[in-house]
Design a protein around this ligand. Structure first.
Ligand SMILES: CC(C)(COP(=O)(O)OP(=O)(O)OC[C@H]1O[C@@H](n2cnc3c(N)ncnc32)[C@H](O)[C@@H]1OP(=O)(O)O)[C@@H](O)C(=O)NCCC(=O)NCCS
Length: 157
């Protein structure tokens, strides 16, 4: 497996990886299960929008994991040189390639990037329903600092 920085040509495959991987671990999908499709936009549309933000805001902090020149996963980051707290934003490996250490390699790469950019700490969030995140992040040294509850309500006339 090799890791390289995102280029504009990766956009479509990252959109695809996002839609496949976040099935079961997406707040937007939870919303859709409760309220169905909203404004003609499904959860995948909204989750891909999140990726588009990464691409728009900090493309040089997105890293692609490749096997035989095919992208199988990615990790996106943000830096804040003021607070020196960086972030991991999106992180996904195709199901057929999971549990083989690819995610751990991507995470190492992202952490090195954030360190090189002067970050002193790195934040990441995961859902209670996300078994991989809840296992992996504490294992590599992330400390839990808070739990948040997400609510949604239909706007009434
Ligand atoms: C999170 C994700 C990127 C990890 O990728 P990966 O290539 O499987 O990661 P690795 O193989 O390096 O595994 C890292 C650790 O997580 C564990 N892990 C992976 N999938 C797991 C799962 N479904 N349940 C519990 N632990 C899991 C691995 O066993 C490993 O821990 P170990 O070293 O103690 O064995 C991948 O599971 C994924 O794409 N998930 C869906 C999207 C997602 O949840 N993204 C993160 C949002 S916070």
């Amino acid at each position: 497996m090799t890791i390289r920085t995102f280029t504009k040509a990766d956009r479509e495959i990252l959109r695809e990886i996002t839609s496949v991987c976040y099935d079961g671990v997406s707040i937007d999908q939870n919303i859709e299960k409760l309220f169905s499709i909203i404004a003609g936009k499904d959860w995948i549309y909204r989750k891909q929008k999140h990726l588009e933000e990464d691409i728009a805001v900090y493309p040089e902090g997105i890293f692609i994991g490749e096997i035989e020149n095919k992208a199988v996963g990615y990790i996106s980051t943000r830096v804040d040189s003021d607070t020196r707290i960086g972030r991991i934003v999106n992180f996904a490996v195709l199901p057929a390639c999971q549990k083989k250490g690819i995610g751990a390699h991507l995470m190492d790469h992202a952490m090195t990037h954030l360190k090189n950019k002067g970050m002193e700490y790195v934040r990441i969030e995961t859902l209670e329903q996300n078994a991989a995140g809840r296992h992996f992040y504490p294992k590599i040294g992330f400390r839990e600092v808070a739990r948040q509850i997400h609510y949604i309500k239909k706007v009434t006339k």
